[in-house]
Design a protein around this ligand. Sequence first.
Ligand SMILES: Nc1ncnc2c1ncn2[C@@H]1O[C@H](COP(=O)(O)OP(=O)(O)OP(=O)(O)O)[C@@H](O)[C@H]1O
Ligand SMILES: Nc1ccn([C@@H]2O[C@H](COP(=O)(O)O)[C@@H](O)[C@H]2O)c(=O)n1
Length: 194
Amino acid sequence: MPFIIAIDGPAASGKGTIARALAAHFGFHHLDTGLLYRAVGAKGGDPVAAARTLEKTDLSRPDLRSAEAGQAASRIAAIPEVRAALLAFQHRFAGQEPGAVLDGRDIGTVICPGAPVKLYVTASDQVRAQRRAAELGADPVLMLAELQERDRRDRERATAPLRPAEDAVVLDTSNLTITDAIARAVAVVDRARG
Ligand SMILES: Nc1ncnc2c1ncn2[C@@H]1O[C@H](COP(=O)(O)OP(=O)(O)OP(=O)(O)O)[C@@H](O)[C@H]1O
Ligand SMILES: Nc1ccn([C@@H]2O[C@H](COP(=O)(O)O)[C@@H](O)[C@H]2O)c(=O)n1
């Protein structure tokens, strides 16, 4: 049976960085599920139709990492039919041997609630805004407003809201270097694998 690592958390908390590193460390597949929502938002038109016809090539559009694409993603992510259309792809991905790391907002709560490792990666709003501003070469004040608006929408939506699974290990990376954050995540997985 494949080993699944479910990682959730708010925007720019470092979950993607940790997910990629865990996948490389353990030789697992990795899916950044945020990309699915970003790609649907970027396609325009009817989001439900866009989600139902999403193709792999849609995920390599060059504009998906922008703040605008993040905002569009979080708007369409609140539509239950969009989320339903993306379920089968995520479940298939999670079923790959020898294991898979999926990061997003509802992986531990909805997509893979039985995952043996669930991490909820977080950091203070200010730290996340600084990191995202440095990454995109953007204004930290604007990034703070952008992240807070997106987090609020993600937490308050009725379907699959952002929240830690009850059995998730919370990892606050506010005062951790990338190396230390990854080391802590590896230790959590090692413990779970025995
Ligand atoms: N512990 C850390 N210390 C310093 N910088 C970090 C740390 N973790 C991640 N970063 C940096 O912060 C930025 C956001 O990290 P990352 O993309 O992993 O976040 P994310 O939670 O996956 O974001 P999103 O939800 O928007 O996809 C990146 O530039 C990354 O290099
Ligand atoms: N499992 C997920 C993943 C993402 N979303 C929504 O997509 C937006 C963009 O995600 P990033 O991880 O790339 O920042 C995010 O704000 C969510 O609205 C989601 O709902 N579920």
